[in-house]
Structures are given as C-alpha cells and as structure tokens.
Design a binder for this molecule. Sequence first.
Ligand SMILES: Nc1nc2c(ncn2[C@@H]2O[C@H](COP(=O)(O)OP(=O)(O)OP(=O)(O)O)[C@@H](O)[C@H]2O)c(=O)[nH]1
Ligand SMILES: [Mg+2]
Length: 227
Amino acid sequence: MVQFNLSRRELTLKVVYYGPALSGKTTNLHAIHQMVPEGAAGRLMTLETRDDRTLFFDLLPVYARTGSGALVKIKLFTVPGQVIHDSTRRVVLQGADAIAFVADSQVSESEANKESFRNLRDNLAANNLSVDEIPLVIQFNKRDLPDIRSEAELRALEARRKTPIHRAVAIEGQGVMETLRDLLRLTFDRLERTYELSRRLGTDPDEFVDRIFQGWNPARVRAGGGF
Ligand SMILES: Nc1nc2c(ncn2[C@@H]2O[C@H](COP(=O)(O)OP(=O)(O)OP(=O)(O)O)[C@@H](O)[C@H]2O)c(=O)[nH]1
Ligand SMILES: [Mg+2]
C-alpha cells in the first residue's frame, strides 16, 4: 500500500508486473534497469532458474525527486508466471498500488493470458483489491514475433475494456517506458483523489511523471537481451 513518510517527505509505491509464464515481465525490468540514468535505480534483484523462469520475484527500486524536493520511490516487482507458483503471486501482490499486466501477443498464448488474468482477479480479491479499482494497464509484448494477435483485435479489446493497452517489444526496450509512464500517471490520479498527493508532495501529475522519467533512454537497451 502507498506509504508516506511525511516528516521526510517520501512516497513509496509498489508496482507489480503480472502475467503468464514467459510473457516478458522480467525482461521489462531488465530493460528499465538499462534505460534509467546513473543513480536513479537501485540494484536489480532477480531469482531465476537456468531456463529464465522467475522462482520467487524480481525487484527493481527506482528513485526520483520532485521539484519541491520530495523523494519518490517506486518498487517494481514481478511475479513468477508459472501456474504452480500461485501462493507466491498472492504474496507479491500484497500492498500493490498498481498492476502492469504483461500479455504474450502470440496467438498460441491467448488462453494462457486469459487464465493469468482470471488468476489476477482471484488473487487481488484475496488481498481485498479489485481489477476495477486498482490502476492497471495491459502490455501486449513480443510484437516482433510472427503469429501474433492482430492490431484489429487489440483495438477491439481496447474499445471493450477501459484498460489502456500498450504494444511492446520488451527485449528491445520498445513500449516498456510508455507502459510504466501511463500506469504511474493513472496511479497518481487515483491517489490524488484519496491522499491529495499534489499538495503533500508539492507537485502536480505532469511534473510527477516528468521527474520520474527524466533522463531515461530506451536506446540504451541492448537489442536481443543478452543479460
Ligand atoms: N521475441 C521476443 N522475446 C521476448 C520479448 N520479451 C521477452 N522475450 C523473451 O521471452 C523469454 C521469457 O522472458 P521473461 O522476461 O523471463 O518472462 P517472464 O514473464 O519473467 O517469465 P516467468 O518468470 O516464468 O513468469 C525470454 O527468453 C525473453 O528474452 C519480446 O518482446 N520479443
Ligand atoms: Mg520472470
């Protein structure tokens, strides 16, 4: 849950990357880690098996300062997508302020995406949260592959749901920053209503996101991974 430390003028947000196995959640964090300027992120902690599967979670803390000097800490987590790790997903979701749902664009993964989204619903409910309340964006990743869901399908989905959709090629850093930027803007707007964030932090929504993404450079992401 959003944490304020008013005497130190600090805000901490927890963002969780959710989605089916191998959709590219960990890859999003690797890409962000490469994009951020020196000193704007902490260490990227990952715990994976040799075949790229997240075992518990990944964590990357990102830092920013508002013009008025308040410190914003954003903790980016990923869940393990494999079906068997459900209890871990539930734990990682605890206290989430926002969700980036990373779907796999390949047609063959459509059922896995749906299943994972149902699982997100259930696990949010177990944490007294709901997909209709929590700030949420969907990223359709792996747009570089053949046999992917068409643009028309994505547009139809966009029209049906109110959730924003982003296209991405996370291994090349494409769409990664845009997904997070949109999500943090939504999160700010949500928190503004409850906590008067602008007043407390001496900022406004535009400045807030501009500060967080200051100096980020997607061109620094090495194409093809090789982490
Ligand atoms: N072609 C292509 N491959 C990608 C893309 N993003 C990720 N991958 C690859 O997909 C595989 C899985 O990526 P991860 O980021 O480890 O997936 P994950 O969602 O963290 O998987 P779990 O931890 O098991 O839930 C890796 O081999 C990535 O290099 C992309 O945009 N395009
Ligand atoms: Mg992973």
